[in-house]
Design a protein around this ligand. Structure first.
Ligand SMILES: Cc1cc2nc3c(=O)[nH]c(=O)nc-3n(C[C@H](O)[C@H](O)[C@H](O)COP(=O)(O)OP(=O)(O)OC[C@H]3O[C@@H](n4cnc5c(N)ncnc54)[C@H](O)[C@@H]3O)c2cc1C
Length: 659
């Protein structure tokens, strides 16, 4: 058994993992990064649209600040986000964008003077301020009140990931590629690293570290139709779950993106609609204003996706040989705009659909896109249940997004959380808690247990096929645990997933080759993905309300009185077939923004008895403080700065506020 030591083991080489690794390294920790693929090919590279940060440089961003970004995020989350975390995030996002600019991310820039944009299908002239010329610009994205999504054409994630990856190379942080964490080394209270499988030769190694950070991205591949890369199978979250002591939170909160090209599922960015693109039905009718007169195509993703599915159900879907879909029309933006700012979209349409989006409409239908749920952490990214385990990025439930994350808030979360959690990891390593006494016997036990599992699986000759079970699981998830849910379909889904989990123990492999063996890898991952699928489906079945992306047609109202809480899913016993669910109550008395109407969608939430009390309390604080600046007022309502590392606490400079 080979043991590799470091202070910090970061599992995942996407934006979140790389940025956390960098923060810990800069504080003197010895860090190793593990990744399934070369980091620059992580899923973060696929982010097209942009990164939210309230810089307020543009005509349409004037007046933007942390308060507006905060309110958009909390409303978007349908009040399920952790509001302290949301505050930490909006406060740090402008710093993160500027840091990335300093590292060479070629953000699109403001050009002073008049320019034409399309808003609500009208060509409008905006006048950009002289003082902002050359500063980072922003586009309309994510249903926000101000335009604040910074972008690099439609290759934002690519540009960000390359810059952050280059920084980790410059900092001398080793990346061990094609390495898969297959279980955590722990004793039930403290995490000591991970057992890792070399995907090239099949060997298992033990990585022992004082702190371990899970940054393994989302779990979209438990669905059949998803915009996620094939590596987004959620194994990081699953091995945390399998410790039995670490809970996954809000796994039922799964986001569906309205505009995945049909049928391939490849995303075309929300920037298409942000820049003025329209959704049309079989008759070419622009239907979104019929449902959402105010926000139209730019309502939040959960709302647009739901309206699209309902419109298709009402018989208005277009049809091709793969099934029903709707149309995304960006022809009105013109060739110059598409070639400049939506270049990747153009190429995707050309290569995968054989069409030119400047001339033809794009067939689209909603597909799974983002995992709001994940490893439950505190505001510093420390996982619940195991000391020494941290998580950040899409793999975590830090809980910035609640039940619906805003477009552009996710890549921003990865770097912001990386900055904050990486510091917390360094603090942990520097404290007495970071000292570690782990016996080689424990490491060997964990290694042997995992080695035994692999050998057993490689030798198994049961009658079940891993790839068929996988396909069945993905189909159930897309058809029964998708955009529109109901109790009956969810209960049936849970039953069948339970049966699939049992069947997955009877898999037969055609080859037991010890080296690179995709069949063995699929079989091994399948059981883990089934557990995640059960957390999603069972969590969705139990949550008898509709909130954000979780829509129950049998319980269509958001129910703050009973469901203002976060689902925690545990898998305490290897033999159990559904997760044990517990709930974490959200405390209205500490909320800066008590539950209310989101500004779009239905307006019929069941109110929590404490909402009115908290609103009155906020009114009282406001009138006591009277005419004070917004920062003082904010701190009085819900202090959060103490949660940030000291160097991130300072105010963000803005053109308008400086003037
Ligand atoms: C098509 C698409 C477009 C998007 N566009 C936007 C956008 O415009 N704006 C926005 O804000 N968000 C966007 N998002 C969301 C955003 O890109 C992701 O949420 C974010 O990039 C996730 O980053 P991450 O670092 O958490 O994970 P990833 O980038 O997914 O990285 C995960 C890493 O973990 C590694 N890994 C996984 N499992 C293991 C394991 N068991 N052992 C070792 N390594 C492992 C992988 O190799 C990878 O390096 C988009 C998402 C998609 C799908």
């Amino acid at each position: 058994m080979e043991i590799i030591h470091s202070d910090v083991l970061v599992i995942g080489g996407g934006l979140a993992g790389l940025r956390a690794a960098l923060a810990a390294r800069k504080r003197g920790q010895k860090v190793i990064i593990l990744s399934l693929v070369p980091p620059k090919r992580s899923h973060s590279a696929a982010a097209q649209g942009g990164m939210q940060a309230s810089l307020g440089h543009t005509a349409k961003g004037a007046g933007d600040n942390e308060d507006v970004h905060f309110a958009d995020t909390v409303r978007g989350s349908d009040w399920a986000a952790d509001q302290e975390v949301a505050r930490m995030f909006v406060h740090t996002a402008p710093k993160a964008v500027r840091e990335l600019a300093a590292w060479g991310v070629p953000w699109n820039r403001v050009q002073a003077g008049p320019h034409e944009v399309i808003i609500d299908s009208q060509r409008i002239t905006l006048n950009e301020p002289e003082a902002a010329h050359g500063l980072i610009t922003a586009r309309d994205f994510g249903g926000t009140r101000k335009w604040r999504t910074c972008y690099v054409s439609d290759g934002t994630g690519h540009a960000m990931l390359y810059a952050v990856s280059d920084q980790t190379i410059a900092a001398g942080i080793p990346v061990h590629e094609r390495m898969e964490a297959v279980s955590l080394i722990h004793d039930g209270t403290r995490c000591y690293g991970a057992i890792v499988r070399n995907l090239s030769n099949g060997k298992l190694l033990a990585y022992v570290a004082r702190a371990t950070c899970m940054a393994t991205g989302g779990f979209g591949r438990i669905y059949r139709s998803t915009t996620n890369a094939v590596i987004n199978e959620g194994i990081g979250a699953a091995i945390a779950l399998e410790t039995g002591v670490v809970p996954l939170a809000n796994m039922e909160a799964v986001q569906f993106h309205p505009t995945a090209i049909f049928p391939a599922g490849i995303l075309v960015t929300e920037g298409c609609r942000g820049d003025g693109g329209l959704l049309r039905d079989v008759d070419g009718h622009r239907f979104m204003p019929d449902y959402e007169p105010e926000k139209k195509e730019l309502a939040s993703r959960d709302v647009v996706a739901r309206r699209m599915e309902a419109h298709i159900r009402s018989g208005k879907g277009a049809r091709n040989r793969f099934g029903e879909h709707l149309w995304l029309d960006i022809t009105l933006l013109g060739e110059a705009h598409i070639n400049g700012k939506l270049r990747e979209v153009k190429e995707i349409c050309q290569h995968f659909l054989g069409i030119d989006p400047a001339k033809e409409w794009i067939p689209v239908r909603p597909a799974q896109h983002y995992s709001m749920g994940g490893i439950r952490t505190d505001a510093h990214g420390a996982a619940r249940g195991l000391r020494g385990l941290f998580a950040c990025g899409e793999a975590a439930c830090w809980d910035l997004h609640g039940f619906n994350r805003l477009g552009g808030n996710s890549v921003a979360e990865t770097v912001v959380a990386g900055m904050i959690v990486g510091e917390a990891i360094a603090d942990f390593c520097a404290s007495a808690e970071g000292d570690m006494h782990v016996s080689t016997a424990l490491v060997r036990d964990c290694w042997e247990q995992e080695n035994g599992r692999f050998s057993q699986l490689a030798a198994s000759r049961g009658g079940e096929s891993a790839s068929q079970l996988l396909l069945r699981m993905q189909t159930i998830m897309s058809e029964q645990v998708g955009i529109v849910r109901n109790g009956e379909a969810l209960a049936a889904a849970v039953d069948e997933l339970k049966a699939l989990l049992l069947r997955s123990r009877q898999i037969g492999l055609r080859t037991s080759a010890p080296g690179a063996n995709p069949e063995l890898t699929t079989a091994w991952r399948l059981q883990k993905m089934l557990k995640l699928a059960l957390c999603v489906a069972y969590g969705a079945l139990q949550r008898t309300e509709s909130r954000g992306a979780h829509f129950r047609e049998d319980h269509p109202q958001r129910d703050d009185a009973h469901w203002l809480k976060r689902t925690l899913a545990y898998w305490r016993d290897a033999e159990q077939r559904v997760p044990t669910l517990e709930y974490e109550t959200l405390d209205i008395r500490r909320m800066e923004l008590p539950p209310g109407w989101r500004g779009y969608g239905a307006r019929d939430a069941i109110e929590h008895p404490e909402t009115a009390l908290r609103l009155a309390k906020i009114e009282q604080i406001r009138s006591e403080l009277g005419d004070t600046d917004r920062h003082t007022m904010q701190q009085a309502l819900m202090p959060f700065r103490h949660l940030l590392p000291p160097h991130l606490r300072g105010a963000n400079a803005r053109l308008e506020e400086n003037a």
